[in-house]
Design a protein around this ligand. Structure first.
Ligand code: SAH
Length: 338
């Protein structure tokens, strides 16, 4: 039975059409689910009784089960259980511009980045669209607050589950639903080149972030196995095309690993690679994990790397660190629970 939270507005309009009902019912359903946050469809007073009963028998209204909520200052970590008892995490962060949620897109991940803790747990399965939608909906319900922005940067490679992730984006983007603007949605990928093409073909006006982490193939092959499939050249050409077609600036994520990719040589190579492109580099302080061979770069090394990029005319920022105390930081999700 399909889950109601995995239905786009168009899917629901088609459903009502097929059942000889007015398609505007779809909007009413969205209002109940996402604005009233009322999942008891038998109580939906503006929809006639037979129609409510039919909805009840045609769809599952199950969400996720909250197992644990950990709070640390500006960060909250949520551990959810899925219907098949698998567990996933989402993180809520309070920024000065509003609340943002980092969602997971898969149970485990197959990309195998050398420094990433989440990748130690091989992919078990893709998340369904409703399982990603419910991470946000439930956090809004639990906190009673509106989510301003969403980053698809939790466990999983979103472009390895593109169908469900694109559906999820359409659902949360809907005005009469959660109404999260596409400019407030960021998808982060390790660089599955053909899927990046799909992204601009679909004209989703979301932000794209690329986990680059190394300025040359030799180093990137060591850190990110995906580079053996799609190398830096291929990645840069698709990004240039992406920027040309969408006219959007792309974020380049660069996790700072001490003495590995944070040298002056790397900074200069990175600046040369990105010269003239409409990108900005986000330097990510590494969260140390059980991968003992990787250490976080010192503040001094990050500052120097930052200055070198700046001097070469590259836009660059250093990411604020969130949630280290509760292991809610990048690459650490779920690892303690399994
Ligand atoms: N698979 C996607 C999204 C999930 S990872 C991607 O690769 O972009 C989100 C980001 O966290 C990536 O940039 C990833 O490289 C980074 N990351 C992983 N482990 C980390 C760690 N321990 N410290 C800091 N960043 C980490």
């Amino acid at each position: 039975m399909p889950n109601i939270y995995g239905m786009t507005l168009t899917d629901l309009e088609n459903y009502f059409n097929e059942n000889n009902e007015k398609p505007f019912r779809a909007k009413q359903v969205y209002e109940w689910l996402y604005q009233q946050k009322n999942a008891d469809c038998l109580s939906w007073s503006n929809i006639k009784k037979e129609c409510r009963e039919k909805l009840m028998s045609d769809f599952s209204f199950n969400k996720l089960t909250l197992i644990k909520r950990e709070i640390d200052d500006l960060t909250e970590k949520y551990l959810f259980e899925l219907e098949d008892k698998e567990r996933i995490e989402a993180v809520l962060m309070a920024h000065d511009y509003g609340l943002s949620v980092c969602v997971s897109s898969q149970v485990g991940c197959n990309m195998g980045c050398a420094f990433c803790e989440s990748g130690r747990l091989k992919k078990i399965r893709n998340l369904q669209a409703y399982e990603i939608v419910c991470q946000i909906l439930m956090i809004e319900e639990i906190t009673g607050k509106k989510i301003h922005s969403v980053v698809i940067m939790g466990i999983g490679e979103p472009l390895d589950n593109e169908e469900n992730v694109f559906k999820f984006i359409k659902i949360i983007n809907q005005d009469i639903g959660l109404a999260i603007g596409s400019r407030h949605i960021t998808l982060s990928t390790c660089g599955l080149v053909p899927k990046i093409k799909d992204l601009y073909d679909l004209k989703l006006q979301i932000n794209l972030a690329i986990s680059l982490h190394a300025p040359d193939d030799e180093l990137r092959n060591r850190l990110m196995p995906v580079n053996k499939m799609y190398n830096i050249d291929q990645l840069m050409s698709v990004l240039k095309e992406y920027i040309r077609v969408t006219n959007r600036r792309v974020t380049i994520e660069y996790v700072m690993l001490s003495m590995v990719n944070d040298t002056q040589e790397c900074a200069l190579k990175l600046a040369a690679l990105l010269q003239g492109m409409n990108v900005y580099v986000n330097l990510i302080p590494y969260n140390e994990t059980n991968h003992l061979e990787f250490k976080k770069s010192s503040k001094a090394r990050i500052d120097l790397f930052f200055d070198t990029l700046k001097k070469k005319g590259i836009n660059v920022t250093v990411r604020k660190e969130f949630g280290r105390k509760i292991s809610a930081a990048c690459g650490q999700l779920r690892s303690k629970e399994v």
